[in-house]
Design a protein around this ligand. Structure first.
Ligand SMILES: [Zn+2]
Length: 305
């Protein structure tokens, strides 16, 4: 090869590396608290964003500790997407430790995905947090209902567009494409669960109310007497009696709940314990937002048969 051509190729290769490097640096760095919000942010942001979730899919998002490793991630973020409604209130300490003014509450980079969500199970009396109830502002598990995805992705879009206004049209196109995939999936899920309309269920933790309500199913009780608090024996006795009276077939369990207790309650009531995916990545087969919903719909329909 001619030395000049060789030099030219080496130079072009170096430029290529630089271009790739600049490309990565141009991406909007987003941190989300949960894996559901990571998946939905990727749907809106496409290849213009780089998204990292603070909680792993296999971790109960209620229970995270504000570790320094999480602060390091938030320190570099351009945008922070939080679930809100106290599911991830540990993020306040993480943000304080991260010392990143771009993503503090009220800054352009702060996105509360719960804005505009019709919140269910809002307590009618003041909940004393000292008693340990982890849903003091109402039920925070709205991402499990795919019918909420249009609101959530609209909030994410606004947040991304505040940080990268030049990309707004691209974000809008990505979101429309996502919603166009969601719509036929919603119709299919509704059809799959239609035969079980009105079926009565029990959940271990109170995290399925949005999902169950969306598809016309009913929750008659929870193993946890109050969200996040281990049940008393008398509560379990009452619950099992109720389950027998109502002919409840399933107890929906999170992967991190006490599986033995769930199985015992289900067995005594003539039901079965069923582990569903409370978030993206919490179970095999729940690797994206749409896959996680599909997994939950299909697994529940099978169990109710
Ligand atoms: Zn909860």
């Amino acid at each position: 090869m001619h030395p000049i051509i060789r030099a030219f190729l080496a130079c072009a290769a170096a430029l290529g590396v630089m271009a790739a490097g600049a490309d990565a640096a141009d991406k909007i760095r987003v941190v989300t608290t949960t894996t559901d919000l990571k998946s939905l942010t990727e749907a809106v942001g496409g290849d213009l964003v780089e998204v990292d979730a603070l909680a792993r899919g296999t971790q109960n998002p209620h229970d995270l500790e504000a570790r320094p490793s999480l602060m390091v991630k938030v320190r570099r973020a351009d945008v922070l997407v939080v679930n809100g409604l106290d599911l991830d209130n540990w993020v306040d300490v993480v943000v304080q430790g991260a010392n990143n003014s771009r993503v503090i509450s009220g800054a352009p980079g702060w996105v509360d995905a719960s804005r505009g969500i019709p919140v269910l199970e809002v307590p009618t009396t003041r909940v004393d947090r000292a008693m340990g109830d982890v849903h003091p502002l109402g039920n925070p598990h709205y991402t499990l209902d795919p019918g909420m995805a249009p609101i959530i992705t609209a909030n994410i879009l606004e947040g991304l567009a505040r940080t990268g206004p030049q990309h707004r049209a691209a974000f809008e196109k990505n979101r429309q494409e996502f919603l166009a995939r969601l719509e036929p999936a919603m119709a299919q899920w509704a059809k799959t669960l239609e035969p079980f309309r009105g079926a009565k269920t029990v959940t271990y933790h109170a995290d399925w109310i949005y999902f169950l309500t969306r598809f016309g199913l009913v929750q008659v009780g929870a193993v946890e007497d109050r969200p996040g608090i281990p049940p008393t024996p008398s509560h379990l006795t009452q619950l099992i009696r109720r389950m027998k009276d109502d002919k409840v077939k399933v107890v929906i369990v999170e992967p991190w709940n006490d599986q033995k207790l769930a199985a015992r309650v289900a067995e005594e009531a003539g039901a079965k314990a069923l582990v569903l995916a409370p978030g993206v990545g919490s179970l095999k087969g729940a690797d994206t937002y749409l896959d996680a919903v599909a997994y939950n719909v299909n697994t529940l329909a099978q169990a109710l048969r």
